[in-house]
Design a protein around this ligand. Structure first.
Ligand SMILES: *Cc1c(COP(=O)(O)O)cnc(C)c1O
Length: 232
């Protein structure tokens, strides 16, 4: 399968799934997860009109962003963040989905270049309660958002999560439905909140059923990834 076919199949599937679960047309946006993918591969996706790309490793991402040098692209950082990478992340990215520490948020806020609009951020939620996973727990979200609201160079857009893999569609829906409920509650008092970043190649349908506004898709778009060692 080529990227061209994959991307059109995915767009179709998203649109059919929106209808099936009574989601508004075009309310789900496709984030192409391009970690480990070559510049040529990304350019092939751009040629099909794809503009949103997600990257996990700062150095790799910055090299690709510089090389592709296309001002129409919207770059999303979706990996764990080390404090020595915040300066680059705050200048090269439009979105950061993986905010789970105030210290990192503070650095991104201080370092966001003044000539750019505030950085869009999502709070990463550890919904499967695994100690090893990144993210804050749901009961800490309200306090965490209140702290984030002091940072004027960040714009809090919503929640992101990567639940532990489970096998069935019904099981996949459970953590997503909890996140959906939390997002609805947050939206009531905060009009700027509009984003639920959930769903990968494995659980995209369940995520759309439960209100995803951004699905983060790598494998279903670009094929299997090579296992890769990386430093950051
Ligand atoms: C790699 C990655 C994805 C994409 O996963 P696929 O299974 O390849 O679709 C989505 N979200 C995050 C946070 C990732 O690291």
């Amino acid at each position: 399968m080529s990227i061209i076919e994959n991307i059109n199949n995915l767009r179709n599937k998203i649109s059919v799934t929106e209808k099936r679960f009574k989601r508004r047309k075009s309310s789900v946006s496709l984030l192409a997860v391009s970690k480990t993918r070559s510049i040529e591969t990304i350019i092939a996706a751009i040629s099909q009109g794809q503009l949103h790309f997600g990257e996990n490793y700062c150095q790799e991402a910055v090299a690709k962003i510089e090389a592709i040098n296309n001002p129409n692209l919207i770059w999303h950082f979706i990996g764990p963040i080390q404090s020595n990478k915040t300066k680059q992340i705050s200048s090269y990215f439009d979105w950061v989905h993986t905010i789970d520490r105030i210290k990192i948020a503070r650095l991104l806020n201080e370092q966001r270049p003044m000539n750019l609009t505030p950085l869009n951020v999502c709070i990463q939620i550890n919904i499967s309660y695994e100690n090893s996973k990144s993210g804050i727990t749901l009961d800490n979200v309200d306090g965490f958002i209140r702290e984030l609201e002091q940072f004027k160079r960040l714009k809090v857009r919503g929640l992101m999560s990567l639940p532990a893999p489970v096998s069935s569609f019904d099981e996949q829906r459970i953590p997503f439905s909890i996140l959906k409920r939390k997002l609805q509650e947050l939206k009531m008092s905060r009009p700027g909140i509009d984003t639920l970043s959930i769903g990968t190649s494995e659980d995209m349908t369940a995520a759309i059923a439960e209100g995803a506004t951004i699905v983060r898709i790598g494998t279903a778009l670009f094929g299997p990834r090579n296992v890769r060692k990386h430093t950051s």
